[in-house]
Design a protein around this ligand. Structure first.
Ligand SMILES: Nc1ncnc2c1ncn2[C@@H]1O[C@H](COP(=O)(O)OP(=O)(O)OP(=O)(O)O)[C@@H](O)[C@H]1O
Length: 243
């Protein structure tokens, strides 16, 4: 039994005492956080709190100056290629697509990097297009010509093609109307439950994000100030106090 999460399985990802920054300026200060296996954890916090930095550290795109990172109970030093091989997918904030290529080719490249071919690649593509059916509407259009929200969908769709066991999602609601964000999260939530995926979701759009999450963690100035279930933050005033 894990002392922090109360779960029998080790957390999908966990950081202990993680400290990091940029050019001598500390951005994360002795941070502790666990993403329980098979759960959606929503990480919120004001602009500049260090949420994106944490995701970058977890995927090996930035380095910690102190602390440890654990993948399914094992201490690791993340590197993007090794994390991808471990079934971790990272969808950065913004538009993580190849703008000059049609959506279809954006998918083809993701299938190629996940070493998926033939019938298996087709089945995976169908699975993702069933989860995010609106992608079919712009399947042959160049990704760079799509709206921010449509590009966000393509970016998440590409990540789902590899059927990640852990998904790191940085502000997927950016550029999306609240209703569109709900339409995006609901099928992802269903797939997450079906595949027992663990998702770390960084979001500002708390209402919609909490509805799709099992747990919520709140960061302030590089520190974790709250970790609990969304219902604990249903008191709006309490949540606002934290920002
Ligand atoms: N590459 C970088 N070089 C220098 N400083 C950086 C860099 N990336 C982020 N920072 C700084 O680190 C701090 C934390 O940034 P980070 O992007 O992790 O916060 P965030 O919580 O994700 O914010 P937001 O919600 O605005 O995306 C900010 O003060 C930011 O300016």
């Amino acid at each position: 039994m894990n002392a922090v999460t109360g779960h029998a399985a080790p957390p999908a990802l966990e950081v202990r005492g993680l400290t990091s920054g940029y050019g001598g300026r500390e951005v994360l200060s002795a941070l502790d956080l666990a993403l329980p296996q098979g759960e959606v954890l929503c990480l919120v916090g004001h602009n500049g709190a260090g949420k994106s930095t944490l995701l970058k550290l977890l995927f090996g795109l930035h380095q910690a100056s102190a602390g440890t990172i654990h993948l399914r109970g094992r201490t690791i030093q993340p590197r993007p290629d090794a994390m991808a091989r471990e079934g971790v997918a990272y969808v950065p904030e913004g538009r993580g697509v190849f703008p000059g290529l049609p959506v279809r080719d954006n998918f083809a490249l993701a299938l190629w990097s996940a070493r998926l071919q033939g019938a298996e690649a087709e089945a995976r593509t169908e699975e993702v297009l069933t989860v995010l059916p609106r992608i079919r509407e712009f399947w042959t259009r160049r990704a760079g010509q799509l709206s921010g929200g449509q590009q966000q969908m393509v970016s998440i769709g590409r990540a789902l093609l590899s059927r990640p066991s852990i998904l790191l999602l940085d502000e997927p609601s950016i550029g999306l109307a609240p209703k569109t964000f709900q339409d995006l999260m609901a099928p992802i939530r269903a797939l997450q439950q079906k595949l027992d995926m663990s998702i770390l979701l960084v979001e500002q759009n708390v209402g919609e994000a909490f509805a799709a999450s099992d747990r919520v963690a709140v960061m302030k100035s590089g520190r974790m100030i709250f970790n609990g279930v969304p219902a604990d933050l249903s008191d709006h005033a309490r949540l606002m106090e934290m920002f």
